[in-house]
Every structure is written in structure tokens, then in C-alpha cells.
Design a protein around this ligand. Structure first.
Ligand SMILES: NC(=O)c1ccc[n+]([C@@H]2O[C@H](COP(=O)([O-])OP(=O)(O)OC[C@H]3O[C@@H](n4cnc5c(N)ncnc54)[C@H](O)[C@@H]3O)[C@@H](O)[C@H]2O)c1
Length: 274
């Protein structure tokens, strides 16, 4: 029970890696604040997590004994993020860990100069400024506690380039940089900040996973073709599961990693080892 009596805020919790993190954190004894937009964005060419999916994550966590606050918020809005964090503190009195997981993988699929200003902006707003807004809202709480752990879910796209994904790659490189800088800002107050970089993740139906399908769509190929490309790129011969990422997120969130800060933990089946 690595997170017993800890309160963990998770963004992008409606499905995918965020749901896997929530369920695993509940198994580890955490109480949870589940944040998600619970609706679509006009600039993003695929459905985002829905309110129903967010409720499903909450139900799965409650079934495991967790107290759960569902706090819908668009991470592009400082006011919405601030309201969610205030509600979290009102309910639980403290925030021990933040898993900054909300992100979008598209609009993508074109060379950098063909990305429109709106497409560039939404990618940076959600994937980079969103985590910064959460850190901004949560930091005063953690500073007062003189304790906390922040896990920023970046990507191997935060470490290497991917063709036709300039906005995504730039946002995730930025998030790795933010993690290192914030780690230095908050280390004197016993607050740790790390980046977690998943590699090719299988679309697991158990968590309504769909990011590999989104990538395939952006590149105009089938899911099977994208999976074949991914399998070719990894060293282990199999893709990462959302649960593999959740295991690393929970380790970073909890005290077993108390001397780990400002680093990058890669869960990529050996992709970046090559
Ligand atoms: N699946 C992969 O292959 C993979 C690989 C590396 C990194 N990642 C990263 O992991 C994270 C989770 O990805 P996933 O595969 O579970 O994707 P997903 O699309 O299944 O889940 C992302 C969640 O974030 C939410 N979200 C998006 N924009 C939001 C906003 N503005 N405000 C609040 N919530 C918002 C969505 O509603 C959704 O529920 C992302 O940051 C992604 O970039 C995923």
C-alpha cells in the first residue's frame, strides 16, 4: 500500500493511462481527485474523455475502497484548475501527489510548417501549459506541507523526435524541461518533480485506450500498421501497457522514490535504448 493515506490528484483521468494510474493508486490505498475535461475540443480531431468515462474511473476506484472527488476541469483554464485544486483541499485537507497526465496527441500528421497557429497553440496549451497550471495551483499547498511529489507524464516524444509530430514533440520536450526546472525550484521544500516518459503504449480496451489509434489516424495508416511500426521500434517484442506506466507513476508518487527528483523515468520497452 505505497499510497496509504495519501491524496493524489490525477489529470486526464477519464480513460487510458490516467485511468490506469487512478485504479493502481486506489489499489495502493490513495484517495483520489480525478480531473478531466469530460468533453471535446474543436481543434482536436478525435473525441476526448467523456463525463461518463470519468465517472467510470471514479466507480472503479471507489470499488477498491478509495474516497474519490470528481473534479472536471479543462487544464487550459487557470480558473478551472484552481477551482479543482481548491475543491480537493476542501475535501481532503492536503495533496500529497499530482500526476499531470492530461494530454492530446493530435492535431498532428503534417510537417512543422503546415501546422496552423491554432493547432500549435492547442498542443502547447494542453500538453505543456496545462501541467504548469496544475503545478502553479498545487505548489502553495505542497509548500505549506513541505512535502509532495509531482509526476509529469511526458513521452518518448519528450526525448527524441517523431516525424510529423512537431507540436507534440515540442510540447513534451518542454514538459521534460519544466520537470527539471521545477525539481530545482522545490527541492528545498521536500517537493519532488519528475518526468515519466512512456513509449509505444498498446490501446488497452480495459481503460478505453485509444492513443495508438489516434497516431495511426494522424498518419493515415491503420491501427495494425501503426502497431507493426511500434513493434519494430521496441527492443522487447511487445508494447507497453497502460498498467506498466501506472506502476512507474505510483512509484514516483510515493515515498519509495524519495531520493528521485529532476529525473526522467522511461517506460518504453527499450525504444530509446537503440
Ligand atoms: N498512449 C500512448 O501511446 C502514450 C505514449 C506516451 C505518452 N502518452 C501521454 O500519456 C498521457 C495520457 O495519454 P493516453 O494515451 O491515456 O490518452 P487518452 O486520450 O486516452 O487520455 C487523455 C485524457 O486527457 C484528457 N484531456 C485532454 N485534454 C484535456 C484538457 N484540456 N483538460 C483536461 N483533460 C484533458 C482527455 O479527455 C483524456 O481523458 C498523455 O499526456 C499522452 O501524451 C501516451
Amino acid at each position: 500500500m505505497a499510497l496509504r493515506e495519501k491524496t493524489v490528484v490525477i489529470t486526464g483521468a477519464a480513460r487510458g493511462i490516467g485511468r490506469a494510474c487512478a485504479v493502481r493508486a486506489a489499489d495502493e490505498g490513495a484517495d483520489l481527485v480525478l480531473v478531466d475535461i469530460g468533453g471535446d475540443l474543436p481543434e482536436v480531431p478525435y473525441p476526448l474523455g467523456s463525463a461518463d468515462q470519468l465517472e467510470r474511473t471514479a466507480r472503479l476506484c471507489r470499488e477498491r475502497g478509495a474516497s474519490v472527488l470528481v473534479a472536471p476541469a479543462d487544464v487550459r483554464s487557470s480558473a478551472a484548475v484552481s477551482a479543482a485544486v481548491t475543491a480537493a483541499v476542501d475535501r481532503f485537507g492536503r495533496i500529497d501527489a499530482l500526476i499531470n497526465n492530461a494530454g492530446v496527441g493530435a492535431p498532428s500528421g503534417r510537417p512543422a510548417h503546415e501546422v496552423t497557429e491554432e493547432e500549435w497553440r492547442v498542443m502547447l496549451e494542453v500538453n505543456l501549459s496545462g501541467p504548469w497550471r496544475l503545478i502553479t495551483a498545487v505548489a502553495p499547498v505542497m509548500l505549506a506541507q513541505r512535502a509532495g511529489s509531482i509526476v509529469n507524464v511526458a513521452s518518448t516524444a519528450g526525448l527524441v523526435g517523431y516525424r510529423h509530430f512537431a507540436g507534440y514533440v515540442a510540447s513534451k520536450h518542454g514538459l521534460v524541461g519544466l520537470s527539471k526546472a521545477a525539481a530545482l525550484d522545490y527541492a528545498p521544500a521536500n517537493i519532488r518533480v519528475n518526468a515519466l516518459c512512456p513509449g509505444p503504449v498498446r490501446d488497452d480496451p480495459a481503460v478505453d485506450g485509444q492513443m495508438t489509434a489516434v497516431v495511426a489516424d494522424a498518419l493515415g495508416i491503420s491501427y495494425e500498421e501503426q502497431e507493426a511500426v511500434y513493434l519494430e521500434s521496441v527492443a522487447t517484442g511487445s508494447l507497453v501497457d497502460p498498467a506498466d506506466v501506472a506502476g512507474a507513476a505510483v512509484w514516483l508518487a510515493g515515498d519509495d522514490s524519495r531520493m528521485v527528483t529532476g529525473t526522467v523515468v522511461t517506460v518504453d520497452a527499450g525504444f530509446t535504448a537503440r
